[in-house]
Design a protein around this ligand. Structure first.
Ligand code: GAP
Length: 518
């Protein structure tokens, strides 16, 4: 089993993540968080909110910020006036190229299919276009190993290449937009070539209707990002929250995208949660603030325990940038299925506020009453947007925490989650179910439970109880034993090191609270 299979199986077995509506066969791209998963994901969102908003000090230039700034929150509706999505460009442009296989009825994102062929070793690469047969496999040019591309067509390729003698593989970008090349291309699982359709744009927004009639005039969309809810409330927030540029508006909420190929567990889902900040600043300070947010957001993940060596900050090249963006960087994580985006940080210039000003006819310029120059008092701020996914972050924390090790000769699976993120912070055990131990343990459990998620467990051998908590990522296990009644102490076992210390019962709550932090 590879790591992703092990993790999916643990997630199901221990109640972290289930397929959505599983008893009816599930729904592709939708997931449910079980009792442990919901705590973990809530802790991820809670950590983000506290670190970005709740604990932010408006009066200090902390974390190497260029100056002090304000942070406020928002919770906007999921269904909004459809003009929002006209203005943002989502109605016209939020699409992926899609290709269908007429034979297998499978649907692919055209930019995630690699077309390739084989030619003699010494032939020039462009001769591959003359090959009689080409192959298409799921993957990305430059990222997917050739071995993986070959797998879906192994038998056919072995036959072809044995007749070629010494040969090489050549990848053909954009082959699917060329009718002749498409006609020679075999799709995964297809018997005949030429079954893939020409790629066409597929809008990713889920449509619905508002009100009783299902007509074109009352079409609405489930939001594909939380960001636009922030932009359309920019004026409301400025008018009511007494914020001054620079300031940020943060929002956590569901987003929906009708992804062509949901995949890699929760990584690419159709329903997911975003944690977004729109940070409004002056145009001439935007570059500084962009660097600040980019670095701070990277550090947020390492501060919560993600292995720095597996976390990368990738600055986009000029030709990768959206037309309105002045800069963009991705925080990427080395998932078991490859290096992939966790979060994007972009300098979106004044594009969004300008679009909404034009489409709504409302003046969204910020008014700076402290500016001595009258002509400079009204302006459209620039926006720096750190946009993270709560589900992707949760998946990255899970992947990073998953560990198999050996303790005193016994192998165990342990989730080494940061204590702030762990679904359960402490488990309390009586060593045996007699001699007053359950009563003492229950009283400690009830005290801990008033402050954080704790469980009480008296079933099975103590070693098995530890293993159960290791798999759930519980950082501390408290055991009441034979000495507790005489000296009022218990053992506290630490999950990662398995070290045990003995402390007085009345210090357990303070000890664990301090170790959790946050
Ligand atoms: N407002 C900008 C925006 O939405 P994005 O790069 O499309 O930018 C931001 O999305 C983040 O949302 C991504 O980095 C990812 O963490 C998360 N995300 C996007 N699509 C997703 C999907 N289909 N499933 C899970 N998370 C997704």
């Amino acid at each position: 089993m590879d790591l992703m299979e092990k993790l999916t199986s643990l997630a199901k077995r221990r109640g972290f993540i289930f397929p959505s509506s599983e008893i009816y066969g599930g729904l592709n791209g939708c997931w449910d968080y079980g009792p442990l998963g919901v705590e973990l994901k809530r802790n991820v969102k809670e950590a983000w909110w506290k670190d970005m908003v709740g604990h932010h000090d408006d009066t200090l230039a902390s974390n190497d910020a260029p100056s002090s700034f304000s942070m406020v929150g928002l919770d906007s509706s999921i269904v909004m006036n459809p003009q929002v999505w006209e203005a943002s460009g989502h109605v016209g442009g939020f699409s992926d190229p899609m290709a269908d296989c007429r034979e297998t009825r499978n649907r692919y994102r055209a930019d995630q299919l690699v077309v390739f062929g084989f030619i003699s070793k010494d032939a020039p690469d462009n001769e591959v276009n003359q090959s009689e047969l080409l192959f298409a496999s799921p993957g990305e040019i430059g990222a997917t190993p050739h071995q993986e591309l070959v797998t879906p067509h192994r038998k056919r390729i072995t036959k072809l290449t044995s007749s070629l003698g010494e040969h090489k593989i050549v990848l053909i970008p954009d082959a699917l937009t060329d009718e002749d090349l498409r006609a020679k291309t075999i799709a995964p699982g297809a018997k005949a070539p030429g079954t893939l359709t020409e790629p066409r744009a597929f809008n990713l927004m889920f449509k619905t209707h508002v009100g009783a009639l299902e007509t074109n005039s009352n079409v609405a969309y489930l939001r594909p990002e939380t960001a636009q809810g922030i932009f359309v409330n920019f004026k409301n927030v400025c008018d009511t929250a007494r914020v001054k540029v620079p300031f940020g508006i943060a929002q956590i909420g569901k987003a929906f995208r009708n992804e062509i190929n949901p995949r890699n567990f929760t990584f690419r889902s159709r329903e997911f949660e975003q944690m977004e900040i729109e940070f409004f600043c002056r145009a001439d300070e935007a570059e500084q603030w962009y660097r600040y947010w980019r670095d701070r957001r990277y550090q947020w993940y390492t501060g919560l325990g993600v292995t720095a060596a597996k976390l990368h900050l990738r600055e986009h090249d000029g030709d990768e940038l959206a037309h309105y963006a002045a800069a963009c960087a991705d925080v990427e994580y080395e998932f078991p299925f490859g290096v992939s985006e966790l979060e994007g940080i972009a300098n979106r210039t004044d594009f969004d506020l300008r679009q909404h000003t034009e489409h709504s006819g409302k003046d969204l310029r910020y008014f700076d009453d402290q500016e001595p120059d009258k002509d400079k008092r009204r302006f459209l701020p620039y926006v720096i947007e750190p946009s993270a996914g709560a589900d992707r972050a949760t998946l990255a924390f899970l992947c990073d925490a998953y560990t198999e090790d050996t303790v005193s000769g016994d192998s165990r699976t342990v989730l080494k989650l940061h204590p702030r993120l762990a679904p359960i912070k402490a488990a309390v055990f009586p060593l045996v179910k007699k001699d007053g131990m359950p009563e003492r343990a229950l009283s400690i459990y009830r005290e801990l439970r008033t402050r954080f998620a704790a469980v009480y467990d008296e079933k099975g051998a103590i070693g098995r109880r530890y293993r159960r908590q290791d798999e759930a990522g519980t950082p501390f296990c408290v055991t009441v034993d034979g000495d507790t009644s005489s000296d009022d102490t218990v053992t506290v076992r630490e999950r990662d090191t398995c070290e045990q210390i003995r402390i007085p019962v009345n210090e357990v709550l303070a000890h664990i609270t301090e170790r959790i932090g946050g």
